[in-house]
Design a protein around this ligand. Structure first.
Ligand SMILES: O=c1ccn([C@@H]2O[C@H](COP(=O)(O)O)[C@@H](O)[C@H]2O)c(=O)[nH]1
Length: 276
């Protein structure tokens, strides 16, 4: 499974244009891995999680097209994770010379309501919708997708994605899992975990993760046998208000939690990593 981080920031991005905190100012001055677009990942070339506000800019910057995209999974109904216009522009009039595969839109009902409220049309966007909720699973070859309940807003989900060779847990956005979620997770042996660490080392909250909470979650996963020393661990979805620039943040995450710090353009081939 190839995974490309299209964006690694929380709602505001880094730098946030309306902010002059140290992290935002450092990013403007030093750029590189300090610049973070809003959170989204591409799996292989055919599955995308969270088509947020920076999707087109990320693809342009990384030289990637989405013409092979077949599955879009949405975690929850927040505007930094789902922007209907990204998919509305799949309509034929906007790409007259290009045929696209039918797209499966896997999303909670609240996201599908947003899709409808923005005047979207499934037929013209060549989309087949699949209402999805925590506890649901389905097969969209080559993937098996399972949703577990996130601790964030109503209907928010994290996804377990299995391509038959490797299994990924995508854990954005969430706070500490509720007890009932661990029963569902227990059955899984994970090759990679991508977990939000919105709050860095500065604070804790119920609906987002700090490095302390991340360690608590990973310790419990280890105890249950979901992860072991071979599992690759990544932190992402950082808030400019809570984290330092990329280098000190990377050091802190590695030292305190044994976790790698994701950056925009990072590519994982489960077991390897190199820049796009
Ligand atoms: O505990 C928190 C929660 C949020 N923030 C900041 O707010 C934005 C938006 O958060 P959402 O919960 O995803 O709506 C987030 O990017 C943080 O910058 C926070 O600092 N602490």
């Amino acid at each position: 499974m190839n995974i490309t981080f299209l964006g690694t920031a929380a709602a505001e991005g880094i730098p946030f244009p309306f902010c002059d905190c140290l992290t935002c100012n450092h990013a403007r001055e030093h750029r590189g891995r300090n610049i973070r677009k809003r959170q989204s990942i591409l799996i292989n070339r055919d599955a995308l999680i969270d088509p947020g506000p920076d999707l087109y800019a990320s693809c342009a910057q990384l030289g990637m097209s989405l013409t092979e995209l077949r599955h879009v999974l949405v975690t929850h109904n927040h505007p930094d994770h789902f922007q209907p216009v990204n998919l509305q522009f799949r309509a034929k009039g906007f790409r007259q010379q290009t045929d696209l595969p039918l797209l499966t839109l896997i999303a909670p009902p609240s996201v599908l309501a947003t899709w409808d409220r923005f005047g979207s049309n499934d037929a013209s966007a060549e989309i087949s919708r699949v209402p999805f909720l925590p506890g649901d699973s389905l097969s969209v070859p080559p993937y098996r997708v399972e949703a577990i309940e996130a601790t964030h807003i109503e209907e928010a989900m994290n996804y377990i994605i299995d391509d038959g060779r490797s299994k990924l847990l995508y854990a954005c956005d969430t706070g500490l899992y509720r007890d009932r979620v661990w029963n569902a997770l227990e059955a899984h042996r994970l090759d990679a975990v991508i977990m939000e660490c919105t709050l860095g080392s500065r604070m804790s909250a119920r609906t987002h993760m700090s490095v302390g909470h991340m360690k608590t979650m990973l310790d419990r996963m280890r105890l249950l046998g979901c992860i072991d020393d071979r599992t690759q661990l990544f932190a992402t979805h950082f808030s400019h208000q809570q984290v330092e620039p990329h280098e000190p943040l990377s050091r802190m995450l590695l030292e305190e939690a044994g976790v790698q710090c994701a950056y925009d353009g990072m590519v994982l081939t489960l077991g390897e990593e190199h820049s796009a």
